[in-house]
Design a protein around this ligand. Structure first.
Ligand code: GLN
Length: 223
């Protein structure tokens, strides 16, 4: 049986509101298609050989855990950049999504340096907790989920990033833009917990992307 490998970034620190369910749903769908599935927790001080994996998942976290992760994650910036630019599939939820941008300014006013892989940034706004059910339209169809964050995310280059969805209910990235998450190549960032992939339209599309990536002829990036 062919094995598909999933890297779960900082599973022990970044896993709010059932985000681990996203990985379980992907594993279930892959197994139904006849693949064996191995999930590896990449945590503090672990190596990340990104091109050994067929999918990278990064869940949400509280500000404190994000500040702990921030002290470790910069080591992986370059390999993650190569992976996402090469079209590797990745799903990043809430705090994980915020890490893709340049910085996250937290509740205490501290600025967490993020990975700066994509042109977006996030600022905590104590006056506006965005919490509740969400509904939005995506290219995969309608999505229903749950959000709970005070970080407001803004695109710094809207030409480079595509919104993941257009809001029908709830806030998404921030209270003004009316959009949820972002897409860049095979990377999806989203504020949706619940988990997001209980929406089988998105889960099945992502599973297909993972299988396609797994079947790519050249596994290692050229240097
Ligand atoms: N701590 C971040 C915020 O409040 C992310 C929250 C989360 O990942 N659920 O915006």
């Amino acid at each position: 049986m062919t094995t598909i490998k999933i890297a779960y970034l900082y599973e022990d620190l970044m896993n709010t509101y059932g985000d681990c369910g996203d990985v379980k749903i992907i594993r279930y769908l892959l197994q139904k298609k006849g693949y064996d599935c191995q999930v590896v927790n990449i945590s503090l001080e672990d190596d990340l050989p990104a091109f050994d994996f067929d999918f990278i998942f990064f869940g949400g976290g509280q500000d404190f855990e994000q500040s702990v992760v921030a002290q470790d994650i910069q080591r992986h910036r370059s390999i993650l950049q190569q992976y996402l630019e090469a079209g590797g599939p990745m799903l990043c939820i809430c705090g994980g999504y915020q890490f893709l941008g340049s910085y996250y300014q937290t509740s205490s006013g501290q600025t967490i340096k993020c990975l700066d892989l994509l042109p977006l940034h996030t600022v905590f706004n104590p006056d506006k907790r965005m919490i509740g059910d969400t509904r939005y339209q995506t290219e995969f169809g309608e999505v229903k989920a749950f959000e709970n964050h005070s970080g407001q995310t803004f695109f710094d280059d809207p030409h480079k990033l595509k919104p993941f969805g257009k809001m029908l209910q709830g806030y998404g990235n921030n209270p003004t833009d009316g959009i949820e998450g972002m897409q860049y190549k095979n990377v999806i960032g989203s504020y949706s917990h619940g988990p997001l992939l209980k929406n089988l339209n998105v889960a099945q599309a992502l599973t297909q992307r993972i299988i396609t990536w797994h079947q790519r002829p050249v596994k290692v990036p050229s240097v």
